[in-house]
Ligand binder design. Structure first.
Ligand code: HEM
Length: 128
């Protein structure tokens, strides 16, 4: 009788543990991606200040890749539809900024940065 319960608990643990650790890993990867994203934003601000449009555009593309990598994440909070919408909008904004780097248009780049920060605020409000 006891041995059956113990075996039952062991089986339960084997089944449930990977599910728990999977969602923990996903959170860990969002937070790790966010730290890279923060570094990229710093790189952009530095390069943009120096009117280095090539480097600025390169880091906007890195941001686009980081956010794209979060597409498959199902956020614990908020809805997946809102997660997807914000990611789509922010990636579009990076491409607008990259286009603006081609014509060295500081006003458009600044406006993009403002929109990106507004989407960060919205994203953190909903999902963090
Ligand atoms: C350029 C814009 C953004 C920047 C610079 C940024 C930066 C950060 C930073 C520095 C953290 C803390 C990471 C840590 O040390 O754990 C964080 C956490 C987080 N951010 Fe962002 N973020 C941005 C946009 C977004 C957007 C658009 C979303 C969602 C749509 C989002 C969702 C989250 C979530 C869910 C966390 C918590 C992660 C966790 O602790 O598991 N962020 N972000």
């Amino acid at each position: 009788m006891h041995i059956k319960r113990i075996i039952g608990l062991i089986v339960l643990f084997i089944v449930v543990y990977p599910v728990i650790s999977f969602s923990e890993d996903q959170n860990l990867s969002v937070s790790a991606a966010m730290r890279k994203i923060q570094d990229e934003v710093r790189n952009i601000n530095k390069a943009f200040k120096n009117s280095d449009y090539f480097t600025t555009a390169t880091h906007f593309m890195e941001l686009a890749k980081w956010f794209k990598s979060l597409d498959s994440v199902d956020p614990g909070k908020g809805t997946k539809a809102e997660w997807d919408r914000i990611h789509e909008e922010i990636i579009k904004e990076f491409f607008i900024a990259i286009g603006a780097c081609a014509v060295e248009d500081d006003e458009i780049i600044s406006a993009s940065l403002k929109k990106i920060m507004a989407l960060q605020k919205e994203g953190h409000g909903l999902f963090r």
